[in-house]
Write a protein that binds this ligand. Structure first.
Ligand code: GSH
Length: 214
């Protein structure tokens, strides 16, 4: 059975939703950050940076959201979570997911984990101050991609990219990282994804039914 290591509301919610969409046989372990579980030798052995998500498979642990999502999509092809038989379309899915992972996620990290990039309160304040402009730029590119009326990121079919965007659209609404009101198509996409039964089940399981459902 697959085992997902995560934390409620963290970006581990992305593979959590993918597993639920795939009707996978899986369990979830919420890492006790407050108790320091993320710094234990056991956890660092499967996640060298002490981060979630980690997906424990029969072959060993997998880290990094884009890789975990592709693995789930391939393991459960019947769920139709990615265009697995079309190399170009699949590469587009990967490109989208990596765009969020390497640009948006990294920008958002400047808020909560500024010490990854520089030391001291002045540096942290400067890193935080830069985030709204970065987020505006990155999300505007995604907003333009939705402008032809498509229901989902890559067209009419729901894919792992929609789960990725859904999570970061929710983080965007925290108010300290860009202006969600400028992104009506992303907000409408968020509402469409939120209506999915699997998404509702995961939000309830992670205690986000109210925070992410409004
Ligand atoms: N590149 C990784 C990033 C993982 C990551 O930054 N996870 C966060 C939660 S969203 C985390 O565990 N942060 C705790 C820490 O950095 O100590 C991915 O996309 O999976």
């Amino acid at each position: 059975m697959l085992k997902l290591y995560g934390a409620p509301g963290a970006c581990s919610i992305i593979p959590h939703i993918a597993l639920e969409e795939a009707v996978a046989d899986y369990s979830v372990h919420y890492v006790d950050y407050a108790g320091g579980e993320n710094r234990t030798p056991d956890f660092l052995a499967i996640s060298p940076l002490g981060r979630v998500p980690v997906l424990m498979t029969e072959q060993g642990p997998l880290t990094e959201n884009p890789a975990i999502l592709s693995y789930i999509a391939m393991l459960y092809p019947g769920a139709g979570l990615a265009p697995l038989d079309d190399p170009f379309a699949f590469a587009r899915v990967q490109a989208f997911n990596l765009f969020i992972a390497s640009n948006i996620h990294t920008a958002f990290r400047q808020i909560l984990f500024a010490d990854t990039f520089a030391d001291g309160e002045a540096a942290a304040a400067a890193l935080r101050a830069k985030v709204p402009a970065l987020a505006d730029r990155y999300f505007a590119i995604i907003e333009r991609g939705l402008a032809d009326g498509r229901r989902f990121v890559h067209g009419d079919a729901f894919t792992i990219s929609d789960i990725y965007l859904f999570a970061y659209a929710n983080y965007l609404r925290f108010g300290d990282r860009g202006d969600a009101a400028r992104l009506p198509l992303i907000l409408a996409h968020r509402a469409r994804v939120r209506e999915r039964a699997a998404v509702g089940r995961v939000l309830a399981a992670e205690g986000l039914a109210e925070a992410w459902m409004d």
